[in-house]
Design a protein around this ligand. Structure first.
Ligand code: NAD
Ligand code: UDP
Length: 323
């Protein structure tokens, strides 16, 4: 395997830090750029001593001049509370960030992978969701800055591919969890674990019967790297996620059991446009990438709970007041 110069945007975030770790371990020359909007340097602190790792504070809405062989574009707030904090900036990050990395990829003839999302399917009428499903997104709702921003980024990726022959990859990531999630990001797994450990009420939005399918971070990163390393005629989009579906109530009960908590369930109003169900059809990833997730929810949650028990919450600043 040849060593490459690889740029990871959003590399200090939850997924980005695991990706950088894996790429550095393989010996690649990794450049991580991040503006630390939803993350902190401690996520990549352990990598700083490596000669093949470099950290740059930079905002992807501004152009950046680097020479690299591959780009993983992950920079974008991902938790609803984070991306709704400044929705215009979220849209700019998706769209201008995509334009900037695609321009760089075109100039350097680099391969570029977009971290897209299951949110492109919106509140889906087709279940489970195959890549051919075009989605049901409300273009003017509170989630639109993220969903439509990611849809526009996919459009840009495919137009640069068709018009300028840029070598692209697009992965649609479904809900992923694990160590280094921001404890105050407001996402369901981090909220439930933090609340259960503290013995606080578990906040269930709506009746708790809405569903998600949770993928452990190690499985996700493996799928993402396989996609980048795969054949040039398979550009995606490809779903990467764990097809085992759970209701939020089931998730809450599992977290209570695994933490041995005495927390009670507290029902809160369902946020607007909250998707009722979500489950990836991963036939394409199975056949083209020989990939499928290995870590069951119970095991992944136990590892995530151990991580949350190991950190000091005082070291984390809630990046937005919306958690
Ligand atoms: P995260 O918030 O932990 O990571 C995003 C990173 O991008 C953070 O470090 C943040 O500081 C950085 N960032 C945000 N705006 C930036 C900007 N303008 N310039 C530079 N850096 C910026 O979230 P994550 O879960 O690690 O998500 C990473 C990527 O994967 C995102 O693009 C997200 O949309 C996508 N994704 C994640 C999930 C999931 O379940 N975790 C699901 C679907 C898609
Ligand atoms: N959710 C919940 N309680 C919380 C946080 C989230 O019941 O404290 C629900 C939320 O309404 C949604 C699901 O959990 O139905 C997943 O939410 P998350 O923000 O993690 O991700 P997304 O909605 O983007 O899939």
């Amino acid at each position: 395997m040849s060593l490459k110069r690889i740029l990871v945007t959003g590399g200090a975030g939850f997924l980005g830090s695991h990706l950088c770790e894996r790429l550095v371990a393989r010996g690649h020359d990794v450049i991580c750029i991040d503006n630390f909007f939803t993350s902190q340097k401690s996520n990549v602190e352990h990598l700083l001593a490596n000669k093949n790792f470099e950290l740059i504070r930079h905002d992807v809405t501004h152009p950046l001049w680097l020479e690299v062989d591959e780009i993983y574009n992950l920079a974008c707030p991902a938790a609803p509370g984070h991306y709704q904090y400044n929705p215009i900036k979220t849209m700019k990050t998706s769209v201008m960030g995509a334009i900037n990395v695609l321009g760089m990829a075109k100039r350097c003839r680099a391969k570029v992978l977009q971290a897209s999302t299951s949110e492109v399917y919106g509140d889906p009428d087709v279940h489970p969701q195959p890549e051919s499903y075009r989605g049901n997104v409300n273009p003017i709702g509170p989630r639109a800055c993220y969903d439509e921003g990611k849809r526009a980024a996919e459009t840009l990726f495919f137009d640069y591919h068709r018009s300028n022959r840029v070598n692209i990859r697009v992965v649609r990531i479904f809900n992923t969890y694990g160590p280094r999630m921001h404890p105050f990001d407001g996402r369901v797994v981090s909220n439930f674990i933090r609340q259960a450990i503290a013995g606080e009420d578990i906040t269930l939005f709506g009746d708790g019967n809405q569903s998600r399918s949770f993928c452990f971070v190690d499985d996700l990163i493996e799928g993402m790297i396989r996609m980048m390393d795969g054949p040039d005629d398979f550009v995606g989009p490809v779903n990467i996620g764990n097809p085992h579906e759970f209701t939020m109530k089931q998730l809450a009960e599992m977290v209570i059991e695994l933490t041995g908590s005495r927390s009670k369930l507290a029902f809160k109003p369902l946020p607007a446009d909250d998707p009722r169900q979500r489950q990836p059809d991963i036939t394409l990833a199975r056949t083209r990438l020989a990939w499928e997730p290995k870590v069951p929810l119970r095991e992944g949650l136990a590892r995530t709970i151990a991580y949350f028990r190991s950190i000091r919450l005082e070291d984390y600043r809630a990046p937005t007041p919306n958690y």
